[in-house]
Structures are given as C-alpha cells and as structure tokens.
Design a protein around this ligand. Structure first.
Ligand code: UD1
Ligand code: UDP
Length: 372
C-alpha cells in the first residue's frame, strides 16, 4: 500500500482535485487521506458537499481579509503537523495557490515526495498572475512528479530543465469534474437548478461574469465593471455575476454595478448551477483560470480580462480572447460579439484542448507505478 495525502484549500483546487480524491480513495493499493487547509471556507464547503468528500483533516485557516504572509505561514505550520501524524509517502497538490505552494514547502521539509497536478503553466511574468505564477514555479522546483495538462505546459517544464521521466501529460482534471457534473445536471436539472434563474428574461442574451484576480484590485476591476455597466445600459442583455467572497472584489462590484435591474450580483454558485449558467450564456467575461478551461468545450466565447494568460490553448483554439481590463477594449469586444454574428460564430466553436475526462485515472496509474 502507498500512503497518499491530498491537500487543497480553495474552490478551484477542490473542483480539480475532487476527481483525483475519488479515484485514489477507492483504489485498494492506496491508503488515501484528504487534508483541507480551509484557505477558502464557504466556497470550499460548497464543493466538498457536492463531491461528497469528508476530509480527515481540516485546518480551518481562513480569516476575513487574510494576507499572503498569513496564509503562507499558517498553511506551512498546519500542514507540517498533519504530515507528522499521517506520514504519507506522497503528497498531492494542485495548481498555483498559496495552499499548494506552502503545502509543497512543508512536504519538502519533511522529505515527502510531491506530485503536482496542473504543473507547467506559465505566463513568463512573475507579477501576472500574482502571486500564482511564482507559486506554481516554486511547487515545480520541489515536486518529484509533474502532471501538466497539455503538451505546451510539458514543454515549459522541459525548458526549465525538469527531467522528462518525471513528467506525464494527463489533460486537466477540471474536464473530469465538468463531465461528472454535466452528467448529474442532465439527470437532475430540476433539483440542482430548478427555477432559481426564473428572473432571467428569455428575450435578453446572458453575459456570465466572474472576477477575482489580486493584480486587478488596483483599478483593473473597476475599469472592467464600467464596461459591464455600459453594455447593460443597452437593455438587451442580462448580466449574472456570482461575486467572489473576497471583500476587495465585493466592494468594487457593489460600487460600480449595483442598482441596475439587468445586472444580477449574486452569491457564489454551487458548481452544477454555475455549469448550467455557462451552458446558457451567450458569452462569458472572466479572469478565472478554470473557466478558461471549461468554456471551450462548451462552445462559449470567453473574453479574458487579464493582460497575460498561462492558458494559451483556448486562445489558439479561437474560443478565448485576451482583452485586458481597460474599459473601452472590453466594451468593444462585448459589443462585437453581441452585434456581429460572424464574429460570434468565429469564437463559438466547441474545442477541447484541455482533456478527455481521464486525467485523474492517468494520475492514479502513474502513482501506483512509482517505486515505493
Ligand atoms: C485564492 C487564490 C487564487 C485563486 C482563488 C480562487 C492565492 C494567493 N489565491 O484567491 O489563486 O484563483 O483563490 O477563487 O492562493 N473569502 C470568504 N469565503 C470564502 C473564500 C474567500 O469569505 O469561501 C474571503 C475572505 O475574506 C478571505 C478572502 O476572501 O480572506 C481572500 O481569500 P484568499 O484565498 O486569500 O484569496 P482569493 O482572492 O480567494
Ligand atoms: N465556479 C463555481 N461557482 C461560481 C464561480 C465559479 O462553481 O460561482 C467554478 C468554475 O466553473 C471553475 C472554478 O469555480 O471551475 C473557478 O474558480 P475561481 O474562478 O474561483 O478560481 P480560478 O480558476 O481563477 O483559480
């Protein structure tokens, strides 16, 4: 038996590691435990209950308005204590959050081998996304096994000198999660969604929005919200924006977007309801990493409100466009997609650059094959 501890703390890590946890915890050759740091609380708990994961360890670290040093220090010490108790052969971390970085650091200090899911994505700019670009690179330096989602992320790892034999391209586990949830939605939409979006007008096209990046707090969020407000004033769209619980985001959203009848600022949605809205949307405006990976498969145009992306595959596939956060370019890009059917059709082609839904199976098989 190999002993594996999977550690995560935020909403996107929970979605992307849920299929891995489900695969590992039901395999007879693996003794698996889950540790959540609680870097997020409500947004994490929504996903734990959906995927029926009951963590053996919950550090419950989230504090309102927490700072990067606070989360880093508390994850480092908290995960170290869990490692002392569990004594795993492997720790699994995902992506680029502070939970992933500080957990990998804790494992390194304990000489526990690290498997990194969603390895190798790079923008080449340490300040965009910030601090995620650095977090992901630092985990890569410490990891024994690297699971990049695509060939281009594998190439990034090779260019940095990562040994080829330690890399396996798996596809992104978010596609495993998306397929799992889509199947449940097909069977059970009445229960999972019901009539909760009855306020949306069938005559108006839906723009689905998310935003939360730290590098956009300093004016970027407000500039992009002004573009949303102006497009809403046309009157022929509904905007739904499940607002991230980060207080920096909520204040800016309320200030610029509050008070218009066709802008719906709502609480973060459970994953099935959010997937339903992605499917229903005419277009998506987001700075989220995960949504850039999910939307191409759904054939939805995505305007990415960032200056850089570590996910070039969606841009290459033609379904995503990097528009930055300045008001005018974002407004023009939305208007173009609303008013020009040819532009819309050019972006609305379904493509699946991020995987086939079998990423967690590949991760499981590779871990089992590793020397004890
Ligand atoms: C974090 C990750 C980011 C990831 C994002 C996904 C880091 C540095 N940032 O950013 O990479 O893309 O999650 O959403 O790892 N809050 C709540 N309840 C929650 C979640 C957050 O109240 O369930 C509030 C708290 O006040 C908290 C604040 O949001 O202090 C910020 O949370 P934090 O995890 O530090 O940063 P995010 O912006 O969520
Ligand atoms: N998501 C969700 N409910 C919401 C908003 C997003 O379930 O209200 C999902 C979305 O489909 C994607 C993930 O959360 O899988 C993205 O999380 P987030 O934007 O917080 O983080 P990022 O991907 O940018 O790291």
């Amino acid at each position: 038996m190999i002993k594996v501890l999977t550690v995560f703390g935020t909403r996107p890590e929970a979605i992307k590691l849920a299929p891995v946890v489900r695969a590992l915890s039901s395999h007879p050759a693996i003794d698996h435990e889950t540790c959540v740091t609680g870097q997020h609380r409500q947004m994490l708990d929504q996903m734990l209950s959906l995927f029926e994961i009951e963590p053996e360890h919950d550090l419950d670290l989230m504090r309102p308005g927490q700072t990067l040093p606070q989360i880093t220090a508390s994850v480092l010490t908290g995960v170290t204590e869990v490692l002392d108790r569990v004594k795993p052969d492997w720790i699994i971390v995902q992506g680029d959050t502070t939970t992933a970085f500080a957990s990998a650091m804790a494992a390194f200090y304990k000489k526990v081998r690290i498997a990194h899911v969603e390895a190798g994505l790079r923008t080449g700019n340490m300040y965009s996304p910030w601090p995620e670009e650095a977090n992901r690179k630092l985990v890569g330096q410490l990891a024994t096994l690297h699971f990049p989602p695509t060939e281009s992320s594998r190439a990034n790892l090779l260019a940095e000198g990562t040994p080829d034999a330690s890399i396996l391209v798996t596809g992104n586990t978010v596609i495993d999660a998306l397929q799992w949830v889509s199947a449940r939605l097909d069977e059970n939409q009445d229960v999972l969604v019901g009539d909760r979006f009855a306020y949306l007008s069938p005559g108006r096209r839906l723009i689905l929005v998310t935003a939360h990046r730290r590098e956009n707090f300093d004016g970027g969020l407000a500039r992009m919200f002004h573009a949303l407000r102006r497009v809403a004033e046309r009157g022929d769209v509904d905007i739904v924006y499940p607002v991230h619980l980060n207080p920096n985001v909520r204040t800016a959203a309320q200030e610029v977007l509050g008070g218009l009848p066709n802008i719906h600022l709502i609480e973060p949605l459970e994953y099935p309801a959010f997937v339903y809205l992605m499917k229903r949307a005419h277009l998506i405006v987001t700075d989220s990493g995960g949504i850039q990976e999910e939307a191409p498969g759904l054939g939805k145009p995505v305007l990415v409100t960032r200056d850089t992306t570590e996910r070039p595959e969606a841009i290459a596939a033609g379904t995503a466009r990097l528009v930055g956060t300045a008001t005018e370019p974002l407004l023009q890009a939305m208007v173009e997609l609303l008013d020009n059917p040819a532009s819309y059709a050019a972006m609305a082609n379904a493509a699946n650059p991020y995987g086939d839904g079998r990423a967690s199976q590949r991760i499981l098989e590779r871990l089992i094959g590793e020397p004890v």
